[in-house]
Ligand binder design. Sequence first.
Ligand SMILES: NC(=O)c1ccc[n+]([C@@H]2O[C@H](COP(=O)([O-])OP(=O)(O)OC[C@H]3O[C@@H](n4cnc5c(N)ncnc54)[C@H](OP(=O)(O)O)[C@@H]3O)[C@@H](O)[C@H]2O)c1
Length: 383
Amino acid sequence: MKTLKIYGSTGSIGKSCLKLLKLKNNDFSIKLLAAGNNLDLLKKQIVEFEPEFATINNKEKAKALKDFLDEENLKTEFIPFDKSYEINCDITLSAIVGSAGLIPTFKSIPYTKRLALANKESMVLAGEFINKECEMHGTELIPVDSEHNAIHQALRAGGKEEVKSLILTASGGPFFGKTMNQLKEVSVEETLNHPTWEMGKKITVDSATLMNKGLEVIEAHFLFGVDYSHIKVKIHPQSIVHSMVEFVDGSIICQMGKTDMMLPIQYALYFPQRVYTEDFSFNFGKSLTLDFFEPDLETFKSLKLAYSCGERGISDRIILNSSNEIAVNYFLKGEIGFLNIPNFIEHMLNKLERPEINSIEDVLEFNERVRKISIKEVEGGNF
Ligand SMILES: NC(=O)c1ccc[n+]([C@@H]2O[C@H](COP(=O)([O-])OP(=O)(O)OC[C@H]3O[C@@H](n4cnc5c(N)ncnc54)[C@H](OP(=O)(O)O)[C@@H]3O)[C@@H](O)[C@H]2O)c1
């Protein structure tokens, strides 16, 4: 039985993972469930899945969690959030949203044999340091993000030197085909109405701006060591082809399937084995249409910004990621408009000096600075 830690057990990916484990209850033993704020759901998960340890990244709620575990006489032990990184295990699922996922992801690497990575933001912020840390500790990195998971599968068809390009697919989100004018007044509700995937709020907004694809381009660069000029994006509204690899002989290998995150999670947990869990068969119906379009980089300029920040280097990536995170929070609160998200990122890219980044500590320090200045700028209406 393999041991598993789940960071972000109360989120969309975390819940899909637990749903999968319920169906495969003899294959994994849960070492840790870790949440951010949602104590009620975490308590339910503890009672149902009886992990060895549990934690929550909120001081008051941590005390309440400890009391709950003592009172209920459960076999689960409380552990402070920052001590949980050092619990040894076979697999760590990194499924916290945003830059909050970076420390748990990075600090867990020495203590886990495999990192199943959903938290793309940590690769955007610190891909070079995460790769180095994994190499140093012999930790295997398997992507959970469906596009990178698809590429991981397609790459098994050829050698690294035979790869011509990676082709990431994007659904296009709820606003595919819309003009800049039509995007001026879109609401939070319309933005959260994703046509093909059910996900957390931040990634759903990122999908609508195409920033999600931009973050994924950067993630792909670090996961697969491919230059940005050889990573392409195609809008594929059906979300059936999850991504593709083009090889030098002109062959394109794609991975297709249902839009259910249980599939890439399962792949990341069982690789290199393929297992049956439930009927995930894809229904071709009577006919099947697959469309692929070029992304509109002028209307959805977040994707263009991500390519250029990826090319320019780590400080630009940190500004891109963290100013986006802050802008998305304010958009979700209804305080800024949809088009203000990319405009704000551009504003921050123009405003901030780039420091030298030589370590993970430098990343964390600059990330905090970008977040603080971003909040001040939005609050002050300075863009
Ligand atoms: N959802 C998908 O289908 C999907 C697909 C591909 C990749 N991803 C990536 O997977 C990650 C998670 O996405 P999601 O959609 O599952 O997000 P989500 O539903 O919003 O869940 C986020 C999780 O992160 C936890 N969290 C937030 N802030 C935290 C903090 N400061 N400390 C500790 N935990 C914290 C939340 O805890 P509480 O709820 O307890 O506050 C929750 O468990 C993201 O990086 C996303 O890009 C998601």
